[in-house]
Design a binder for this molecule. Structure first.
Ligand code: M6R
Length: 604
């Protein structure tokens, strides 16, 4: 996810562009850049780091002009370096482009252009676009035709804005990534999202896939790729600029819960493939990549630890020797480590001090390091021998939501590669991978269910909240409780369901609702444990598919679609995320920034 801003007006563009980038920074903050022109060529300033750093470095006199584009990046192709920052240009510097999305055929386009003598400066997929425009300009096409032809060559998803030197025009196109036009008295804006320019105007036109727009100081043309005019009517958005970063949601957490169908699709994209349904292909891990590994240790903290435990249990169930460790305890409790040990660090931010320390300790003992993270170029990514990106997009809410589901799915995919290499016992997992491909849609169906909100309100004021599960339901029980306590400030605990009778049952009263997670694996045992609590007066909520035996026994039901047992816990977790969110909302808690917590914990 990246942020795009564009401006064509009658006044200097630079301040408007920088404000727009600041407003879009929630979409990515690895690097930022702007390009401006005033009839004497295109001037560009871009660098790695946040928009504030770019702003400090900018010489506004050099970047004088009424037409400009800007970009804040969330890296997908290539690390967050100055070279990879947008805008990107062609070799003549007469074309500048910003892009959000993924150009799937960029490698083919790039090698064709290289054969024609085009020289590239970045690792990005985006850089092919200005070179394509240049190629068509060199063939004698007008700037507009060159832009349309270049767009026609692209496969994948994109929102693109481009300008050509000495033309007072912006060209833009949308396919699969958002783009909106803002209209004010002095000109026009282009942006990935309305908050970019909400200080200036609330009159907008949302572009649709396939739209191409040509923006001049005196008007905007909305057309098809072929150039046929299309009718796009402006509308007025009723958004308060402060709220707008959250889109239609009251909190980033709720927005991010609802983004999971998209973040999961991004995590999976291109990674389940092959002739056989269910074949997994992970970048950097061809068959045999894990040969020689004798044991696997996961290190992580908080929610990431719960995802790590999920991955560890899934691998253990397939005969792979793994263990999951709280990174802060790893130094005192790690089993032996040697060069045949793979240590997998799971960390959304890639900057958690406890996790980094565990990695450094494992590295000192000769282990091979693999980081599963959301942040390209983070310290954990740089420390490791290999990196797997979960591609969840920026997560602003302190409570981790979409990154948990993406981490768990990533680990299930990784599990398959490891199982194949190390001759694990689960050979045919096609049903699982078929369900995985459909997971984004399955998540969407849960997000429409209002039961979690109703139950959150019904049980508000309880003494304590218990979450229980077995197997892959156990890490979900831990995660459900962590989320609940983190944002509601109410007491909550997660247990392995079989552990209730070994002590926690003493706490159970009619004031302690118990949420039991059924994954389809040893459900009878979970139900027995849940009934032991219910018998002692606890209200029992069954998190399971409709038609499950537990629904008849429980006092309430949170529904999840029936899927492979390896995935059911992730569906249950969405219901529990909603439960926590609505309980915290009803209690008036500051959901996105819970007291005493931080998004990234960089101290031990
Ligand atoms: O960035 P990390 O994934 O390494 O962060 C680890 C924990 O601090 C984090 O998961 C924390 O528990 C969550 N914010 C809880 O929602």
């Amino acid at each position: 996810m990246c942020g795009i801003i564009g401006r064509v007006g009658t006044d200097e563009a630079i301040d408007t562009l920088l404000t727009g980038l600041e407003n879009l920074e929630y979409r990515g903050y690895d690097s930022a850049g702007v390009a401006v022109q005033n009839g004497s060529g295109i001037k560009i300033q871009k660098q790695s780091g946040k928009v504030a750093e770019l702003k400090q470095a900018i010489d506004s006199d050099l970047l004088s002009g009424e037409v400009g584009i800007g970009h804040t990046r969330w890296s997908t192709h290539g690390p967050p370096t100055d070279e990879n920052a947008h805008p990107h240009t062609d070799s003549t510097r007469d074309v500048a482009v910003v892009h959000n999305g993924i150009i799937e055929n960029y490698a083919t386009l790039k090698s064709s252009l290289q054969e024609l003598g085009h020289e590239f400066e970045s690792d990005t997929d985006t850089e092919v676009i200005p070179h394509l425009i240049q190629y068509y300009l060199d063939e004698g096409a007008s700037a507009e035709t060159a832009f349309r032809r270049a767009i026609d060559d692209l496969e994948g998803s994109y929102a693109v804005a481009a300008m050509v030197a000495n033309e007072h025009v912006l060209y833009a196109a949308r396919q699969g990534s958002p783009l909106v036009v803002g209209l004010d008295d002095d000109g026009f804006f282009l942006a990935s999202d309305v908050p970019a320019f909400l200080e200036y105007t609330d009159d907008v036109v949302y572009l649709e896939d396939g739209d191409v727009v040509v923006v001049r100081p005196d008007g905007v043309e909305f057309t098809t790729l072929e150039g046929h005019a299309i009718d796009r009517q402006p509308e007025t958005v009723a958004w308060d600029p402060e709220q707008a970063g959250k889109g239609e949601y009251d909190h980033f957490m709720l927005k991010e819960i609802h983004e999971q169908p998209t973040s999961l699709a991004q995590a999976i994209e291109g990674r389940i493939q092959g002739d056989e349904p269910g074949e997994v292909a992970l970048e950097s891990f061809p068959p045999g990549a894990f040969d020689g590994i004798e044991r696997i240790q996961f290190v992580a903290c908080g929610t990431s630890y719960h995802a790590a435990l999920y991955g560890s249990i899934a691998m253990n169930q397939c005969g792979i020797q793994t263990s999951a460790h709280l990174a802060n305890e790893y130094g005192v409790s790690a089993p032996p480590v040697d060069e045949n040990t793979l240590v997998i660090a799971v960390t959304q931010s890639g900057e958690t001090a406890d996790t980094l320390n565990a990695m450094r300790r494992a590295e000192a003992d000769g282990a091979r390091l693999l980081t599963v993270t959301n942040v390209v170029g983070s310290t954990a990514a740089r420390l490791a021998d290999d990196v797997l990106l979960i591609r969840a997009g920026p997560e602003i809410g302190v409570a981790a939501t979409k990154t948990f589901s993406s981490q768990a799915v990533m680990l299930l995919l990784l599990a398959q590669c490891i199982i194949d290499d190390l001759d694990g016992t689960c050979e045919d997992r096609r049903a699982l991978y078929n369900d995985l491909s459909g997971l984004p849609d399955t998540f969407s169906s849960i997000l429409e269910d209002g039961t979690a909100k109703a139950l959150a309100e019904q049980y508000l004021g309880a003494e304590s909240y218990f979450f229980i599960g077995r197997g892959l339901g156990f890490p979900v029980a831990l995660e459900g409780a962590l989320k609940f306590k983190e944002i509601t400030y109410e007491h909550a605990e997660g247990f392995a369901s079989g552990e209730l009778k070994h002590g926690p049952l003493a706490l159970v009263t009619p004031e302690t609702p118990v949420f039991a997670i059924f994954t389809g694996d040893e459900d009878e045992k979970v139900l027995n444990n849940a009934e032991e609590a219910q018998t002692r007066g606890a209200p029992l909520v069954a998190v399971c598919p409709a038609g499950h035996r537990a629904v008849d026994i429980a006092d309430a039901h949170l529904d999840i679609p029936a899927v492979d047992p390896d995935l059911a816990g992730l569906l249950a977790n969405v219901q529990l995320q909603l439960l926590s969110y609505h309980a915290a909302d009803a209690l008036g808690r500051p959901i996105d920034k819970p007291r005493n917590l931080a998004k990234s914990v960089t101290v031990e």
